[in-house]
Design a protein around this ligand. Structure first.
Ligand code: HEM
Length: 469
């Protein structure tokens, strides 16, 4: 660890500046087996804010302290979420590489908007999320979870990441959007594909995702239903087709990977951390507290991109120039010694489990509008597996599990498990989305974007399962 920290990338020929001087190549630590030591070494060397490289010669400040992260998240007048303010990119000194594009490239969505524009774009999202009843969330999540488990429960083995955690949030969002499950399988695999190392495959997934959202908007304009997409299109919000597509991309981007990672990380803790497993099995650690424990120790997003000061500022004692990126550091903030929390992996989950003062749902203007929905889905998703699969256990030792080589998110590549096979129950066919209200009839669909997407997927060999629905 120390060796790689000392191997500072120097910006050959570029002018020296505080941000570049000694900046630590963070991208070399993506997917590290353990990150705790990294945060400690950065703290020991730089204090509360560290200069890091997100890509070779692409510097940013990483916020290490709990207070500093909270302050920057909350102070919307000084810190903008708009990535077009990033000085290196804005001034044409750098072009974003493919790896950072999904998180750092600007989109015209609520996530990258400030002030009045943010309020305008988040309004339909908040309205739609508030219209999803508790009963509907629980019923749909349980049904999606059961159908995914049916696919592997007779085999006695599964990969709980690819077969389950990655699919559950995508299938569920697809239902909330008002589409049949066939498209949920496509969405799940395309959305996971965007984060793949394979650049060509990631670009293809991104292109096909555009067809998914374009097709979804097209269908719901003609035949609205009782679903999130149609509610967001209500005339009072005045959203254009392009704006709708951008907000839907935000919803899937925000909902899919963090939820999938959190389900996977909780399952890892319950199956591969002996102390947590024991405390949970004894009843001393409720599932909700196990989720909190995981958020403190292996948060599904270890960092978040980014905030940009609208003027020169001093953060945690470090001068930061206008337009320099500040990366929100959830994982370093959660291990900030100032919090006085017990450090080190492998300890009891009881204390951290009862403490929900973590930063995982954000703060201020952009805080997560779907916190309670996400918590319910994660708990229900984990509980369903534990209830349905007898003698569920890890199939490999904990030190053979590998973390995805991602900079910002934190999730396993695979979680192979064994269990006693059980028969899959006979189920009724999935309930189709509610019928459209009276109005213009839906068009013949053979050539709409969604139908073409489904045909492409079915014929592309991408689908690991036969399309259902
Ligand atoms: C474990 C799961 C989740 C975690 C950890 C999480 C965390 C977060 C965080 C930290 C933010 C703040 C982003 C920022 O400040 O820049 C955020 C924003 C957001 N989240 Fe979540 N989220 C999760 C699940 C979901 C789900 C399931 C949905 C949708 C159904 C969702 C929708 C959103 C949206 C729309 C925003 C943008 C809010 C804005 O810009 O005003 N999230 N989320």
């Amino acid at each position: 660890m120390t060796e790689s920290l000392n191997a500072d990338a120097q910006s050959g020929g570029a002018p020296r500046c505080p941000l570049r001087d000694g900046a630590v190549p963070l991208y070399e630590h993506a997917g590290a087996a353990s990150t705790g030591e990294l945060w400690e070494e950065l703290r020991a060397r730089f204090g509360r804010v560290a200069p890091v490289l997100l890509e070779p010669d692409l510097p940013a400040w990483l916020l290490l302290g709990y207070e500093e992260n909270l302050h920057v998240l909350r102070d919307r007048a000084t810190y903008s979420r708009d990535t077009r303010r990033w000085n290196e990119i804005r001034d044409g000194r750098r072009v974003l590489g493919d790896g950072l594009r999904p998180t750092m490239a600007y989109r015209a969505s609520a996530l990258y908007a400030d002030g009045a524009e943010h309020a305008r774009l988040i309004a339909p999202i908040n309205d739609a999320l508030s219209r999803l009843s508790d009963a509907r969330i629980k019923a749909e999540a349980a049904d999606v979870a059961d159908r995914l488990i049916d696919d592997f429960c007779e085999h006695g083995r599964a990969d709980l990441i690819g077969d389950y955690a990655m699919m559950l949030p995508a299938m569920l969002m697809n239902r909330f959007f008002g589409l049949e499950d066939a498209y949920g399988y496509v969405l799940g695999e395309l959305s996971a594909g965007i984060w793949l190392d394979d650049g060509a495959r990631a670009a293809e997934s991104a292109a096909q995702m555009r067809n998914y959202f374009g097709g979804l908007v097209q269908r719901k304009r003609v035949a609205p239903g009782d679903d999130v997409t149609s509610w967001m299109m209500a005339p009072e919000f005045g959203m254009s087709d392009a704006e709708m597509a951008d907000q839907l991309v935000l919803l899937v981007g925000a909902a899919h990977l963090p939820t999938a990672n959190l389900i996977g990380n909780v399952l890892r803790a319950l199956l591969a951390e002996p102390v947590t497993a024991r405390e949970f099995a004894s009843g001393a650690l409720p599932l909700g507290d196990a989720v909190n424990h995981v958020i403190w120790t292996e948060p599904p997003l270890q960092m978040l991109a980014a905030r940009f000061p609208t003027r020169d500022v001093v953060v945690g004692g470090t001068p930061v120039a206008e337009g320099e990126p500040l990366i929100i550091g959830f994982a370093p903030a959660h291990t900030d010694p100032k919090l006085g929390r017990p450090s080190g992996a492998g300890g009891s989950a009881l204390e951290s489990g009862g403490n929900s003062a973590h930063l995982m749902w954000g703060a201020g203007e952009h805080r997560c509008p779907a916190r309670s929905l996400a918590e319910r889905v994660v708990e229900l998703g984990v509980r369903r597996l534990l209830d349905r699969l007898p003698r569920l256990r890890a199939a490999v030792p904990a030190d053979e599990l590998t973390w995805a080589p991602a900079l910002f998110s934190r999730g396993l590549v695979e979680l192979p498990v064994l269990f006693d096979p059980v028969e899959a129950p006979q189920r009724e066919a999935p309930v189709p989305p509610p019928a459209a209200p009276a109005g213009p009839a839906a068009p013949e669909r053979p050539d709409d974007l969604l139908t073409r997407l489904l045909r492409w997927w079915q014929g592309s060999g991408r689908n690991r399962r036969a399309a259902k629905g």
